[in-house]
Design a protein around this ligand. Structure first.
Ligand SMILES: *Cc1c(COP(=O)(O)O)cnc(C)c1O
Length: 397
């Protein structure tokens, strides 16, 4: 297929698309596995495919087939009907976790639903939710109010009332924030956007204990940690702490828009008819993609594979860190990889891109990777070589 040049597409954007994103001056037009090509035919190895949504790379065969088949059969049915694939994906997710599922289209929407569910389920008068500094929960008003980062609140206030913010890894600070109006604690098992922050040992367990002691719901925002990202199906399993509600999106359907809430069975009826809904939520295409994603992870043994690839990244980066004092800290939770630098990480993104490698920089100083679960050993080596070269250059000034 022929494409416009990147420049031509950029011209359309400058005239017709709201300029709310900072974009790289490149138009990506096709992919295969962890590789992606721009309109000019340049190939990139992508260690951050789809912002973590493309869990199985750009062209997972089973997902493509499942979506093609579903599109030809039935594109959309609203939730006034029973939807076969929705039941099947709910079963597939809940039998790998717990409880019952509600479907929506994005991470922010899943968190909105979880916030409503927490307020509905707890006794009248309880509405406050404790969240954590440097967390990220999305851009809708509830989700952005839950996001304890002032830069995302600037100029759009007032925020939704009822959120209080605690520092990470400080159980006493959390305890002090709990009062008679507190309904829930919400946290990402591993903070993604905030810089790949892995919780201190015992912290998530401590939150569970506080929730039990005060009758609060524990909500894990697993939008980024779900579906194998942390080496198990869900992040809570990696840390061995059982939440009451988890929210999912990003990788759930391999890049097809899909979000979900999973909650304990006894909580589920609190989201009673009329209180929450989503027109597109649970639609057959997203459900078919989600089902095929789970099947592919299972059939190709990608949880185990990703753990091996994570170890390979760790070996490369441990060597690199020993060589370069520029690298302050490695934070690796399976296929969530953060490298804290002594300097701003942003220039690394452009330098890597020139050399055909896509990565992300977040929270100013953190190089962040969210590789596909099915990345190959050769691709891990290739990516680490390029990134290592770029960081050596940066260290030399
Ligand atoms: C990306 C992200 C969100 C927001 O998801 P959207 O689909 O962009 O609304 C929420 N929580 C976490 C942890 C995320 O990483």
């Amino acid at each position: 297929m022929s494409h416009r040049s990147s420049e031509q597409t950029i011209a359309l954007f400058s005239k017709y698309v709201v300029p709310n994103y900072r974009r790289y001056p490149v138009c990506l037009v096709k992919g295969e596995g962890s590789y992606v090509w721009d309109a000019e035919g340049k190939r990139y190895l992508d260690l951050f495919p789809g912002w973590g949504c493309n869990m199985l790379g750009y062209t997972p065969k089973k997902v493509i087939e499942a979506v093609q088949k579903q599109v030809a059969e039935l594109i959309h049915v609203p939730n006034t009907w029973y939807i076969e694939k929705q039941g099947e994906l709910a079963e597939a997710l809940c039998t790998r976790s717990f409880g019952m599922a509600f479907f929506c289209n994005s991470g922010a929407e899943a968190n909105e639903g979880a916030i409503k569910l927490a307020r509905l389920h707890t006794p009248a008068g309880k509405y406050k939710i404790i969240t954590f500094l440097d967390g990220f929960h999305g851009r809708t008003f509830g989700a952005v109010s839950a996001t304890a980062q002032p830069k995302y609140h600037e100029g759009i206030g007032p925020m939704l009332p009822g959120f209080t913010y605690a520092p990470r890894n400080d159980l006493n600070a959390v305890r002090e924030l709990i009062d008679d109006e507190t309904a829930a604690i919400m946290i990402e098992p591993v903070q993604g956007e905030g810089g790949v922050n892995i919780p201190a040992p015992g912290f998530l367990e401590g939150l569970r204990q506080l929730c039990d002691e005060f009758g609060l719901l524990l909500i894990f925002d697993e939008v980024q940690t779900c579906n194998g990202r942390t080496g198990n199906w869900f992040g809570y399993q990696t840390f061995g702490v059982q939440p009451d509600i988890i929210t999912l999106a990003k990788g759930v359907a391999s890049g097809v828009a899909c979000g979900a809430i999973i909650c304990k069975e006894e909580i589920a009826p609190s989201l009673r008819p009329g209180m929450h809904a989503s027109t597109f939520g649970g639609n057959p295409i997203a459900m078919a993609a989600g089902l095929a994603t789970i099947q592919m992870i299972e059939e190709d043994d990608l949880l185990a594979h990703s753990r091996k690839m994570s170890e390979r990244f760790r070996q490369h980066f441990t060597k690199l860190k020993a060589e370069l004092p520029l690298i302050r800290e490695l934070r690796i939770c399976n296929m969530m990889i953060g490298m804290e630098l002594a300097i701003t990480a942003t220039p690394a993104v452009g330098k890597c891109m020139e050399k055909g490698l896509l990565i992300n920089a977040t929270h100013d100083t953190v190089v962040r990777l969210l590789p596909a679960l099915n990345i190959t050993p050769e691709q891990v080596d290739e990516g680490c070589d390029i990134l290592g070269g770029v960081l050596r250059e940066m260290a030399a000034g």
